[in-house]
Ligand binder design. Structure first.
Ligand code: DPP
Ligand code: ZN
Length: 892
């Protein structure tokens, strides 16, 4: 397949000043008339032909400056339209049709629940009309929608509604105008039977704005939280970055068939229902905070993505890394305000967990790529953890280096220079550098080098001179070949550090050569392969607290003793590192247990391990949310990734052993925690109440691990019956499923059935029902693959709805490693079948699933050989460019 390279970027041959689109909407045959004003781009290499992209379109005809083109002058082909000898400036009219109801890819124009929706990012616009489908071609759009009025009473597009009215034969029309120039990937239309929750707000500069959240009528009672999140987002961006909503009207629309989370189309955001709909009955605390984060994310794109967009898709992280960083900061501020460091740390810990489990793994495999990739076959495969999450870490490092004010100065300069333009990651970096008077040439490597950097740390204390020196050495260790190719030199790593005295308190820090002490956390700038930093006036040998608040996306190697980790877990003033110390301790012990499990040896865990965790669990000075995170052991996926050869069964045995040990040794504490954190009264999705529920439900989960889970079963049944919210109900069901591993399937079945009947009409809740079963623990007698295969035949299962496919198939293949990697190969056979089935329906979703086996080389040979064989089987059958790129890279 054709490889697209960043180095081959060439400016577009033509510029488009305006686009007028007219749609006659019909499910099987929608007619699109596209009228464009074009002119030659003076900056491009001249060529005579006009080449437009198009896909899955039926061409009707074209005219230039009012004259229909003869058959010989225009050629429609598989990838677009080719027109010979065009003038330097002209009006081009193209008519074509597409078939929305048959469009199962969910890219372009499609039908979901009888309504029309679009998804154009990255390259879906070419499935609607012939166009220069690339982000650096920006134009103003006027859109006229015509459709049957009773079937499609609501007609929406970007910008402002300028006209609407009746037509003959029961049809009607609406005309929309978007005053801002935009790339075509931000185009959107929606038509159908929808209703809206509305609010009017006034922006900081005194302009009135209409806000709408559009949903199907039966979902109107689940829109309040999304609306509140939108209002909070608007105010936050005014406050923190001085950025106002630039349109009179801002709409969010929910759709249940959607490949991604949501899409930031100008003024008309289209969302997966999963990230809009929430009420206490149907949504968990996690859902509530995800809705807030995604509403924020898409809204923030209005400036970082829409007003300033990407020159080409290699620059995707320019908008995504930056906007993820912005939504993370928004969520932190909503959770803890700007100053409550422990509350902010909760969000930081959650984000870093995801980064380390998913992005570090990506960076260690065949799909490893820089934040700004050098090449791709299918751009949809590069909406990755690296571009999004590592990209956000790269943006965060500017703020760590320059502080909030310095970061704001950089943002202000970025908008001053580039508003209305399509730019590159370099342009952003230059704005940050110039606004802060810094040369950030070396920092460019964060965009061009793949792989996870390692920083190894050595320390030395000299009591005689009261000097403490820290030597940091950076390398990429044993990087995957895909990453190694990109590595050219050392990075600029902002490395935050603190020193802790024997009393558990931070020591004031003064680096050699400095006049006075400056605080207790210092951001050291590591720029060389190896550098030593010396602190003076250090009265006793301190304990270092390294990479505070995870100040850079790196792996820190330092030989802490278990006692030192326990001390940090009890005392570090940096809440992130307090959590981190517990994770390091747990990871070390769990990996040792896994090695013993793999060798068939007996398992045991030291009392000091339990004691260290018991202290955190019962430390009432810590928030429940923080304690819940601290007591959660590293995930099986993360642990397996740390092994020389990943062995999911051994990891599972080790982690289960440790969970049972913590459950048994701390049984009374868990019971007490459970009782103390029951939140009576009405449900509130506040961070405090959510933290209480999280800790209580973690206690329930641990109690379900006991050899005799009778207490857990009793509490879970009572909680299930009396729950007034989905968080508690789903957690009770999960505990019953966990207890059924020892107490038998009978303990979970009644609640499982009741749950289904109760929520039969709520697809997002039924997704949870599938996911809970797919991720349940199994055993030799109870193989989860059998459950999953049975559920595939359930009347509520369908491969066509991505959320449903994810809830069952992805949950099993990506979130139940011990069962998926069964040594009999049953998981891999199932995976191969589903990738092939999805490949012909929805390549984007298929390609995501295809990635489940890409790390096969890192597994024990007993598994790795079977994984490779499954990949080869799939490679021989799949057709889409999306899946081919993934499996071919995995096998290369
Ligand atoms: N641009 C979307 C988002 O990340 C995804 N296509 O918000
Ligand atoms: Zn985004």
């Amino acid at each position: 397949p054709a490889v697209i390279r960043r180095a081959d970027y060439a400016a577009p041959a033509f510029l488009v000043d305006s686009v007028a689109l007219e749609f006659d909407l019909a499910p099987e045959r929608t007619v699109v008339k596209n009228t464009m004003r074009l002119r030659r781009n003076p900056d491009a290499t001249p060529g005579s032909r006009l080449e437009l992209m198009g896909e899955a379109l039926a061409f009707i005809g074209a005219a230039i400056d009012g004259k229909a083109l003869a058959a010989g002058a225009v050629r429609a082909h598989e990838h677009g339209l080719s027109i010979g000898d065009v003038p330097d400036a002209f009006e081009l009219v193209i008519e074509s049709t597409c078939n929305p109801v048959e469009n199962t890819t969910l890219s372009g124009l499609y039908v979901s629940s009888g309504n029309f929706f679009t998804q154009c990012e990255a390259e879906g616009f070419r499935r609607i009309t012939y166009f220069f489908d690339r982000p650096d071609v920006m134009a103003t759009y006027t859109v006229t929608l015509r459709a049957d009025k009773s079937a499609y009473p609501v007609l929406l597009s970007n910008g402002n509604l300028v006209e609407e009215g009746e037509l003959a034969d029961g049809r009607h029309f609406a005309k929309w105008e978007d005053p801002f120039k935009k790339p075509c990937y931000l185009f959107a239309l929606v038509a159908g039977k929808l209703v809206a929750l509305e609010e009017r707000i006034r922006s900081r500069s005194g302009k009135d704005k209409l806000l709408q959240v559009w949903v199907e009528p039966h979902d109107l009672d689940k829109t309040r939280h999304a609306m509140d999140s939108l209002i909070h987002s608007i105010h936050w961006d005014e406050e923190r970055f001085g950025l106002e909503l630039d349109l009179d009207r801002f709409m969010i629309v929910a759709v249940s068939d959607f490949n991604m989370g949501a899409m930031e189309n100008k003024g008309l955001n289209i969302f997966n229902t999963k990230y809009v709909l929430a009420n206490p009955e149907t949504a968990t605390d996690t859902d509530f905070s995800n809705v807030e984060a995604v509403v924020g994310h898409e809204y923030f794109h209005n400036w970082t993505g829409n007003r300033v967009t990407c020159r080409d898709w290699f620059q995707l992280s320019l908008k995504e890394g930056l906007t993820v960083f912005r939504d993370q900061e928004f969520s932190s501020d909503m959770q803890g305000g700007a100053t409550d460091e422990t509350a902010r740390a909760v969000k930081r810990i959650e984000d870093v967990r995801v980064l380390r489990q998913m992005q570090f793994a990506e960076d260690a495999g065949p799909m490893a790529h820089p934040v700004r990739p050098e090449s791709y076959v299918e751009i949809n495969n590069f909406y990755t953890m690296t571009v999004y999450e590592k990209g956000a870490e790269v943006v965060r490092m500017y703020q760590t280096l320059f502080g909030r004010e310095g970061f704001r100065r950089g943002m202000d300069l970025y908008f001053k220079r580039h508003d209305g333009q399509a730019v590159t990651c370099d342009d952003f970096r230059h704005a940050m550098a110039d606004a802060n008077g810094r040369d950030l040439a070396q920092f460019e490597r964060w965009y061009s080098q793949a792989g996870t950097p390692r920083v190894s740390v050595r320390t030395a204390y000299d009591a005689a001179t009261q000097r403490y020196s820290i030597t940091l050495a950076q390398s990429y260790g044993d990087a995957a070949p895909a990453a190694r190719e990109t590595q050219t030199g050392p990075l600029l790593i902002p490395f935050a550090i603190g020193l802790i005295g024997r009393d558990g308190k931070d020591i004031a820090l003064r680096l050699e050569g400095e006049r006075s002490e400056t605080g207790t956390t210092r951001v050291i700038e590591l720029t060389e392969p190896e550098q030593t930093f010396t602190f003076v006036d250090i009265k006793e040998a301190p304990l270092p607290s390294l990479l505070r608040n995870f100040s850079a996306p790196v792996i820190v190697e330092y030989d802490y003793t278990n006692d030192e980790l326990a001390f940090l877990l009890a005392h570090d003033s940096d809440p992130f590192n307090r959590w981190e110390a517990g994770q390091r301790l747990a990871t070390r012990e769990l990996l040792a247990l896994a090695a013993r499990a793999a060798a068939g040896e007996s398992l045991s865990l030291d009392d000091s391990f339990v004691a260290a965790f018991a202290r955190v669990l019962t430390d009432e000075s810590l928030s429940p949310a923080f304690r819940e995170l601290a007591m959660m052991l590293p995930s099986e996926a993360y642990l397996a990734e740390q092994m020389e050869q990943a062995d999911p069964a051994a990891v599972h045995a080790a982690r289960q052993f440790a969970r049972k040990r913590l459950a048994t040794a701390l049984k009374n504490e868990w019971l007490a925690i459970y009782e103390r954190h029951v939140t009576p009264g009405a449900y509130e999705p506040t961070p405090q109440a959510a933290g209480q529920r999280a800790l209580k439900n973690l206690a329930l989960a641990y109690l379900a691990e006991l050899d005799d889970p009778a207490d857990a079963v009793r509490l879970a049944n009572a909680q299930y019956d009396s729950a007034n919210n989905m968080t508690d109900r789903a957690a009770a069901l999960a505990a019953l499923l966990a207890a059924s591993a020892t107490a038998g399937a009978g303990v979970a079945e009644p609640a499982l059935d009741q749950f289904y009947r109760r929520f039969e009409k709520e697809p997002l809740v039924i997704d949870k029902w599938f996911a809970l079963q797919a991720t349940q623990r199994g055993s030799a007698k109870h193989r989860v693959i059998d459950v999953v295969r049975r559920l595939m035949a359930h009347p509520a299962f369908t491969l066509r709805n991505p959320n449903r496919a994810r809830s069952l198939i992805f949950s099993f293949c990506a979130a139940n490693p011990a069962q998926f990697h069964a040594v009999d190969g049953s998981g891999y056979a199932y995976w191969a079948e589903q990738v092939v089935a999805l490949d012909s329906l929805n390549p984007q979703v298929a390609a995501r699933l295809a990635r489940s086996l890409e790390l096969w080389r890192r597994y024990t040979p007993a598994l790795g050989d079977q994984m490779r064989a499954a990949l080869e089987r799939v490679a021989a059958q799949v057709k889409s460019r999306d899946v081919r790129e993934i499996v071919e890279k995995a096998l290369a």
